[in-house]
Ligand binder design. Structure first.
Ligand code: C2E
Ligand code: CA
Ligand code: CA
Length: 723
């Protein structure tokens, strides 16, 4: 070791301020024995380290120090040999005590000195050195002197610091990452789990290190699947890039979407996995909610026509296999329109809700009850005995009407409601869902004509031809006779309530059944292939109304027209629209064509050019019911779309549910970013309107802002907007 004496003098030295070496007597010694001195010396003076030899005495008098010391500390070997205090003067003052203690320990225990500490160069810069020595003994084993090496390890430290800093910032990135990140070794043990990961897993930080991750956070089917996936990944190096597993926690499971990567070492061997997970619990719940809304009638929460259709297909397939019969009950309330008109829509809605409740209590658990639209309900009776099917179905139909017998109380008034039930049976009357439905409807129609409160079985041979007409033929007739009328619903600026546009909504003015809502016949028109004619008539009615507004009041309001997918697919459609508008001098920019999200998304290769043709005529295009079909906004990019009508299922739960509010706000913002004008549908309450104003949603539509009604009902609003 280097000299241990004369330390006190250097104690008071401050870092970076080293006095010049004192002029001391020349104590320089020749390089010691053994060995051919010159050779050894040549060797040690070339290595990139300082070597030294010292007496093994309390002062550890330095006998030799190699010239590399000058590069390290800025003083010549001579300077050190002359002045024993110089060495300590060069030790960093903060490390001096430690160095001294170590020296004392090694001297007393006669073990080698081995220490890393800081020194200060003559010019003031700091170096980190590592010093190690060996004790040389004489023949009797008595220590005679020490010889040692002193190396500049500053560069190593710099590199290590850099690595540490890098590791630290990587760790910090992991910690602030919103996603959970987990690294597992080949055995599935946690090598790394970041803070978000612990939070997501619901375990205190650090407690899962080295533990079987999957077994700790998953259970049931998810665990079994995860084990299989992980084992296969270790085996084959292949892993599904994404999975969805539920993390079990004491406070309830969370659904987590994971993305995985297999990790390999530099030889390509699989050494584990790295996965990142995001909590999608709310998102999935929202999706499930949207799916529910897509399949259920919002007023009664009964299955809607779509879901009923699925049940019907299943029941038919099952019946065919088992040789059972299926009955279909078609209930239409008598005079529902009267209730709506005299007591208002909300009373009408309440009546529908209560009818639904009574029917649900009446039908068997296995039967499917659905709202067909408007005031029409369907009951599916599955698994009937073919021998008694007609009687059973009639009894069920009677039961349905009995359920209505007790008067309803609406708006403080007793209201007597009756209905008409038509029944058709499979296989007696039909072999497929469509004709079953058609025949049940025809039977209902017949029941209605024979007076209220009736149940009728479909009978192909009975009655005059007019009564046997199916719904399809009646609709065809209605179009030809122009029994369709338009109602207009305002689209307004939610902040000012100023009218910005009007949406045309078609209704069927049926002389027998009254006003039929589009839900009850538009889809049918599509299936029956008469939607083109329906659409043409609607466009005609729109144009005629626009002309009337112009002639009577000078209004040129922007109008929205709903299109069916079939209409759009007609290659001559765009031309027809352009001609029709031009014939009546209607500026195409004041016409917005609404197509549903699903229409726009299906078969983009086919739809895109047609949309483009339509857009090229100058009309604007809106995506209707956006959000109901789960497609992403990004898929709209590239379609010639100008507006986004946000499905009312989004607004339905706002502002009670913060998750829906967040989704809504994101959709509004994204629409803005994509340069699409957003229209929020289904605004029913003041607080929903305020929410939309807060979100900066430019347009809104809903019962609060204006119900659909005949043209004269919107005249006031039109006038105010024109003023
Ligand atoms: P849509 O295009 O989404 O039209 C809006 C529907 O929501 C209308 O029902 C309207 O009465 C209803 N609505 C508006 N505001 C509210 C509200 O605040 N709350 C609630 N609960 N409902 C509201 P409508 O008139 O029964 O029309 C149903 C659907 O029939 C329309 O949905 C549209 O897809 C279709 N349709 C209507 N007219 C036509 C048409 O001329 N051609 C075609 N192809 N389809 C049409
Ligand atoms: Ca619409
Ligand atoms: Ca809509």
């Amino acid at each position: 070791m280097l000299p241990t004496g004369a330390a006190a003098a250097t104690r008071r030295l401050r870092m970076h301020q080293i006095p010049p070496p004192s002029a001391a007597p020349d104590r320089a010694l020749p390089f010691p024995e053994p060995g051919p001195g010159a050779l050894w010396r040549g060797l040690v003076e070339q290595i990139p380290a300082v070597t030294y030899v010292a007496e093994f005495d309390a002062g550890a008098t330095l006998k030799y120090v190699s010239p590399q010391i000058e590069e390290l500390l800025g003083y010549t070997p001579d300077a050190f040999l002359r002045d024993p205090a110089l060495w300590y003067a060069c030790v960093h003052p903060d490390d001096l005590d430690r160095v001294r203690r170590e020296e004392l320990r090694t001297f007393e225990s006669r073990t080698p000195f081995d220490c890393e500490f800081r020194m200060v160069h003559r010019d003031g810069h700091e170096v980190i050195v590592w010093e190690r020595d060996a004790i040389i003994t004489d023949a009797d084993g008595a220590p005679t002197h020490t010889q040692g090496v002193l190396m500049d390890v500053t560069p190593m430290h710099l590199i290590r610091d850099e690595l540490d800093a890098e590791r630290e910032s990587a760790r910090r990135y992991l910690e602030v990452a919103g996603a959970a990140i987990v690294v597992l070794d080949r055995a599935g043990r946690v090598e790394l789990l970041n803070r978000s990961g612990y939070k997501l897993a619901g375990h205190p930080e650090g407690t899962l290190q080295g533990r079987d991750f999957l077994g700790t956070v998953l259970d049931g089917d998810d665990l079994a699947e995860a084990r299989t996936v992980f084992a296969a990944a270790m085996d084959t190096g292949h892993m599904p890039p994404s999975t969805e597993w539920r993390l079990v926690r004491t406070d309830g499971a969370r659904t987590v979407a994971w993305t995985h990567r297999v990790m390999r070492d530099e030889h390509g061997e699989v050494i584990g996995t790295v996965s990142s997970g995001t909590d999608v619990t709310e998102r999935r719940a929202a999706a499930a909610q949207i799916a529910h809304l897509a399949n259920h009638d919002p007023v009664t929460d009964l299955p809607n026509r779509r879901l009923f259709g699925e049940h019907l297909e299943l029941a038919l397939a099952r019946a065919a296999r088992a040789g059972h019969a299926v009955g279909l009950l078609y209930l239409d309330l008598d005079d529902f329109k009267l209730v709506n008109d005299s007591l208002g829509h909300s009373a009408g809605d309440r009546l529908l809700v209560e009818v639904a409740q009574r029917l649900r209590a009446r039908v068997r658990d296995a039967d499917v009850l659905a709202r067909h639209g408007g005031d029409e309900f369907l009951v599916l009776l599955g698994d009937l005995d073919p021998a008694t099917a007609a009687e059973d179905a009639k009894a069920a139909g009677r039961g349905v009407l009995d359920a209505l017998a007790v008067p309803f109380v609406l708006a403080g008034m007793e209201v007597h409601v009756t209905g008409s039930v038509g029944i058709s049976l499979l296989p007696a009357d039909a072999f497929d869902a469509e004709s079953l439905l058609r025949h049940a409807d025809a039977a209902m129609y017949q029941a209605k004509r024979e007076g209220h409160d009736q149940v009728r079985l479909f009978d192909a041979d009975r009655g005059e031809p007019r009564q046997r007409l199916s719904l399809t033929s009646r609709l065809r007739h209605a179009i030809a006779e122009e029994q369709l009328v338009l109602h207009w619903q305002p689209i307004v600026d939610p902040a000012t309530r100023r009218l910005e546009a009007l949406e045309a909504l078609v209704r069927w003015q049926d002389p027998v059944r009254g006003l039929v809502m589009p839900d009850a016949f538009v889809a049918l028109a599509e299936q029956a292939g008469i939607i083109d004619r329906l659409g043409e008539l609607v466009l005609d009615l729109v144009v005629r109304q626009r002309v009337r507004w112009r002639q009577d009041d000078g209004f040129e309001p922007t109008v929205h027209v709903n299109l069916s997918p079939r209409e759009l697919r007609n290659p001559r459609f765009a031309d027809r629209v352009a001609t029709r508008l031009a014939d009546h001098h209607i500026d195409p920019a004041t016409v917005v064509m609404e197509i549903t999200e699903s229409t726009a998304m299906q078969d983009p290769g086919q739809v895109r050019p047609l949309l483009r043709d339509l857009h090229d005529t100058g009309v604007r295009i809106a995506i209707d019911d956006f959000g109901a079909g789960h497609s992403s906004l990004s898929r709209l990019v590239g379609l010639p779309v100008d507006m986004l009508k946000i499905d009312r299922s989004f607004l339905a739960r706002v502002p009670a549910d913060p998750a829906s509010a967040a989704v809504l706000s994101a959709v509004v913002a994204l629409a803005g970013a994509l340069n699409l004008q957003a229209v929020a549908e289904g605004v029913e309450t003041e607080s929903q309107r305020e929410q939309l104003v807060g979100l900066g949603c430019p347009l809104a539509q809903g019962f609060l802002l204006g119900r659909p009604g005949p043209a004269h009902t919107v005249r006031g609003q039109l006038q105010r907007a024109a003023a």
